[in-house]
Design a protein around this ligand. Sequence first.
Ligand SMILES: NC(=O)c1ccc[n+]([C@@H]2O[C@H](COP(=O)([O-])OP(=O)(O)OC[C@H]3O[C@@H](n4cnc5c(N)ncnc54)[C@H](O)[C@@H]3O)[C@@H](O)[C@H]2O)c1
Length: 250
Amino acid sequence: MLLDNKVCLITGAAGARGIGLKTARLFHEHGASVVISDIDEAACEAVRQAFDPERCLVVVANVTRREECRDVVERALERFGKIDVLINNAGITQPVKFEEIDPEGYDRILDVNLRGMLYMSQAVVPHMKAAGGGAIANTSSVSAQRGGGIFGGPHYSAAKAGMLGLGKAMARELGAFGIRVNSVTPGLIDTDITAGKLTEEMKAPILEGIPLKRLGLPDDVANAFLFLASDLSSYITGATIDVNGGMHIH
Ligand SMILES: NC(=O)c1ccc[n+]([C@@H]2O[C@H](COP(=O)([O-])OP(=O)(O)OC[C@H]3O[C@@H](n4cnc5c(N)ncnc54)[C@H](O)[C@@H]3O)[C@@H](O)[C@H]2O)c1
């Protein structure tokens, strides 16, 4: 039990096959109370019924709206009294080429991935400071490190690279308050984010370039978050953990 008595807030955590829900389940198994937040109301409802209500709060919220982020945090504090861990995992992608990026798509991708991380972290950090510390971990992507080329567009790579920069700057500023901030950079993980647009023909050449010869599973990423959320990583901050099967070794 690595997270006994911890309260962990995870965004983008209601998707049935997603990294966020797997992470919430694993944290729950390790003794945590989990606050699951997601924009998808129907998915939230399904999750609400699947967890032990004693140690789970589900809040529908859009991370691009500052007041909704604050509301999630207020409700978590009312219910559990503290937030020890924040996993900024909400994200969307858009598989378009550079010249096809339009203003609306740019705003959407940058807002959910990067602005969402900023707003939810800003809502949580004052309470972590007051409590004497906490752990924040963010779902970036291998796309940030290798300039995409897998599924998302260049604006997705930019947003995920922005998350790495923001995370490192937060780690530098917040370390003095006992708050650790780290990032995970998943490779290609088998979830619904690709919305069925990743065909078997597209997968074959990608697998060629993965030394471990398989796509990642949400559990692979959840395990990295468990490490970063727990005291096992007590002297690690500003770090980036690759969970990519060796797809990008650098
Ligand atoms: N699957 C991959 O290959 C892969 C690789 C690298 C990084 N990632 C990142 O992992 C994270 C989780 O993605 P996933 O693959 O589990 O897919 P997913 O679609 O299951 O999870 C994303 C979740 O974010 C939620 N969401 C979307 N917009 C939101 C908003 N505005 N506010 C709150 N929640 C919102 C969705 O409803 C969904 O539940 C994302 O940040 C994604 O960019 C995924």
